[in-house]
Design a protein around this ligand. Structure first.
Ligand code: PEP
Length: 250
């Protein structure tokens, strides 16, 4: 049985006080979510410690949105993987399309980040996905395959077992346009096939999330697909009721 995960990427939203309140609201509603659905929240770095405190004793796990590609030292503005662990994180999102697009993250950087995250016991939520022009040119399979091969194929099977994948078509992120369940299932199955070519049967155990304008009205249809094991939720994770409704729809 693959682990089902619904993860909220708060991006650069909320003050510390708002974030703590959101975490408390989620904890208060947690009993509505089936116990086999694992919830994860990824607040901004500044919120991690107080949100960890607000989540204490609950089954909601804490994630960062990024981590440094260096272990420590003179890297002003960066936050290292071991710091995230010390702040209470179990996960970190890596390779989000906004980091690739706006901050020039390359596969080489992501190899370092993933390695450091895993070395320090963090589970990476590794994001892949094509841009609209790439889909329109029929290159989406090749783009996603390269993102998987370049960053994950150097991992051992033991390391890979701790990685969660998030397929997030860039054209669906924050646009209100969701991939249809057929489009999403097609590429999730493809991702599993690419992983199987390197990691064999382990590919069946890897959790693959869908992300991109997932909301309470479309989550159930997406989560019903055979190879979709949950969601990475942006905008809709900022409202406790919506995030819980998405998790409940599993
Ligand atoms: C995301 O950025 O990870 C995301 C899925 O955003 P949204 O749900 O807002 O499209």
């Amino acid at each position: 049985m693959r682990k089902k995960i619904v993860a909220g990427n708060w991006k650069m939203n909320t003050t510390v006080a708002d974030g703590v309140q959101l975490a408390k609201d989620l904890v208060a509603k947690l009993s509505e979510v089936p116990s086999d659905v694992n919830l994860v929240v990824a607040p901004p770095f500044t919120h991690l410690c107080p949100v960890a405190e607000a989540l204490k004793g609950s089954r909601i796990a804490l994630s960062a949105q990024n981590c440094a590609d260096q272990p420590k030292g003179a890297y002003t503005g960066e936050v290292a993987a071991n710091m995230l662990v010390s702040a209470g994180c179990a996960y970190t999102i890596l390779g989000h399309s906004e980091r690739r697009q706006y901050y020039g993250e390359t596969s080489a950087t992501l190899v370092s980040k993933l390695g450091l995250a895993l070395e320090n016991g963090l589970k990476p939520i590794y994001c892949v996905g094509e841009m609209l022009s790439e889909r329109n040119e029929g290159r989406h399979f090749d783009v996603v395959k390269a993102q998987l091969e370049e960053v994950l194929f150097g991992l051992s099977a033991d390391q890979m077992a701790n990685v969660v994948i998030a397929y997030e078509p860039v054209w669906a992120i924050g646009t209100g346009v969701t991939a249809t369940s057929d489009q999403a299932q097609e590429i999730h199955a493809f991702i599993r096939k690419v992983l199987a070519s390197k990691f064999g049967a382990l590919a069946e155990e890897i959790t693959i999330l869908y992300g991109g304008s997932c909301k309470p009205s479309n989550a159930a249809e997406l989560f019903a697909c055979k190879d979709i094991d949950g969601g990475l939720i942006g905008g809709a994770s900022l409202k406790a009721d919506d995030f819980i409704a998405i998790a409940k729809s599993y």
